[in-house]
Design a binder for this molecule. Structure first.
Ligand code: BGC
Length: 272
């Protein structure tokens, strides 16, 4: 990467994140892990955040370091304000103030129709998927605004647009996170801070293993995607590194869908 990175930089095309401190919440698995790997490859110092998968987070840190990168693991619950404040303080001491924040940590929650569900489960999904990004952004903003630079990337979902029966909390949190993205972008544009969202489609990760590991539900899912495949975590890592880089210098307040065409109504290829 270093050699190609140099050539591209000389050509004025730079995905280089050297010297930047990047916090990726929930990066002990799935999309977050891929984003952390891509950031490390681009030269960022990566704060690998985990909630319960400490071993996996530490393994990722070792992998990044053995590839010549800089990384450190930080544990905590993004839905706890005191945990989030403490994570940011630890990152300040160990790596320096956060330049790039990726609010990735999230859960789908249990499938349950409204009225047949448990209000505590509903609130937990909102707490992790929406309140967590707010707490983390709050800390990031304090550090970015005064330095007049920074990027916040919120990982939403195609379900910020597409309703999903049985997952009303998830869709509501993701749509809320989209509006949070736009509002924060408006607040921070004059301070040189960009705020964007990535809406992943069906990406093959542990979160939806029960769907892609069953041939029938896999076929049903593939019928909902225009491209003939599920997404891979790398598809999201690549988009995140682009959005964090100077190549995206004039992009703020929008959601980029990385969904293989889930949002283009593939069912309308026929009939209608
Ligand atoms: C969910 C996945 C789901 C995908 C497409 C994502 O936001 O986390 O479980 O497969 O949306 O429906």
């Amino acid at each position: 990467m270093a050699e190609n990175g140099m050539n591209l930089r000389q050509a004025g095309i730079s995905l280089d994140l050297s010297g930047k401190v990047a916090l990726v919440t929930g990066s002990s698995s799935g999309l977050g892990m891929s984003i952390a790997r891509y950031f490390a490859k681009a030269g960022a110092k990566v704060a690998v955040h985990y909630h319960s998968e400490k071993d996996q987070a530490e393994q990722l840190v070792r992998e990044i370091i053995s590839n010549g990168g800089v990384a450190s693991a930080f544990g905590g619950d993004v839905s706890s304000l005191s945990d989030v404040e403490s994570i940011f303080r630890q990152i300040d001491q160990k790596l320096g103030p956060v330049d790039v924040l990726v609010n990735n940590a999230g859960i789908d929650g249990k499938r349950a129709l409204c009225g047949e569900d448990n209000p505590e489960d509903w609130q937990k999904v909102i707490a992790i998927n929406l309140v967590g990004p707010y707490y983390c952004s709050r800390e990031a903003v304090k550090r970015m605004k005064s330095r007049r630079s920074g990027v916040i990337i919120n990982i939403t979902s195609v379900h910020e647009f597409i309703p999903w029966a049985g997952y009303s909390a998830y869709g509501s949190a993701k749509a809320g996170l989209s509006m949070f993205t736009k509002t924060l972008a408006q607040e921070l544009a004059e301070f040189g801070v960009r705020v964007v969202a990535i809406a992943p489609g069906a990406i093959k990760t542990p979160i939806n293993r029960d769907v892609w590991s069953n041939p029938e539900s896999l076929k049903d899912l593939l019928d909902k995607i225009a491209m003939p495949r599920l997404g891979e975590p790398e598809d999201i890592g690549k988009a995140a590194v682009f959005l964090a880089s100077d190549l995206a210098s004039y992009i703020t307040g929008v959601t980029i869908s990385v969904d293989g065409g889930m949002l283009i109504y593939p069912a309308f290829k026929h009939g209608g």
